[in-house]
Design a protein around this ligand. Sequence first.
Ligand SMILES: Nc1ncnc2c1ncn2[C@@H]1O[C@H](COP(=O)(O)OP(=O)(O)O)[C@@H](O)[C@H]1O
Ligand SMILES: [Mg+2]
Length: 261
Amino acid sequence: MIRLTKVTKEYPRTGRALDDATLHVAKGEFVFLTGPSGSGKSTLIKLIYMEERPTSGEVRVSGVNSATLKPGDIAQLRRRLGVVFQDFRLLDDRSAHANVAFALEVTGAPPGAIPVKVNRLLTQVGLASKAQAFPRELSGGEQQRVAIARALVNDPFVLIADEPTGNLDDRATRGVFQLLREINASGTAVVMATHNLELMRRSDYRTIEMLHGRIVADTADPAVALQAAALRAEDEEKARRVREASMDSPAWAGPRSRTPQ
Ligand SMILES: Nc1ncnc2c1ncn2[C@@H]1O[C@H](COP(=O)(O)OP(=O)(O)O)[C@@H](O)[C@H]1O
Ligand SMILES: [Mg+2]
């Protein structure tokens, strides 16, 4: 579905952003992409939706090949995948409803079918009651939900999210992540770049780690997966011991028990 083969990307002034990356993402998978700032996550994502072309190597996404692009290929591809960003990128002068409707209009959807579909999408992301609100009237988490609804207009086979929770607080982060999980559970693949260790720890999804433009770890690699599972089990055991210790400790009875009478 998404296949990168020995992909290198060099930018004119900054040099090599992606270095010999080979990667396959299967239909319906959920994949975290992680690594420090500047490690090449956004570049890899831009190569997938073909905003950028590789310097060498090949990117194939749902039958479209970066090495043999034909006119119209990119437009066709963009209609088949959804993308969301850290900064939402909504149209500020349009309501939530109009933002989603606009994305349908540009794909030439029959006008009569648009309102029903927009309502269905806003309901799916939990925002039906705020359909008429403008972006400035919505919280960050709500704005990201609108952006996700917009990314889903064409029933994409993959949703690509570049640090979608990067501007959100913990609560909104968990909400948006839960929504991405639901979207994945309904069959859409998700590729999510994130720094959020907590989200990665709380789930079993495949995690690809990047460093200096290279893929340095992939939990789909059986050896790495085993190691990750062992670490998670260790974490859970540690958390259990901390919980038990805090239940047993005299401090649990509260500060009064230590106050001399
Ligand atoms: N449009 C661009 N032009 C030139 N250099 C870029 C561009 N985008 C990214 N880079 C460079 O590529 C490297 C990787 O950046 P990026 O893919 O944005 O990393 P990440 O998303 O992991 O923070 C960085 O060194 C960055 O400076
Ligand atoms: Mg980035």
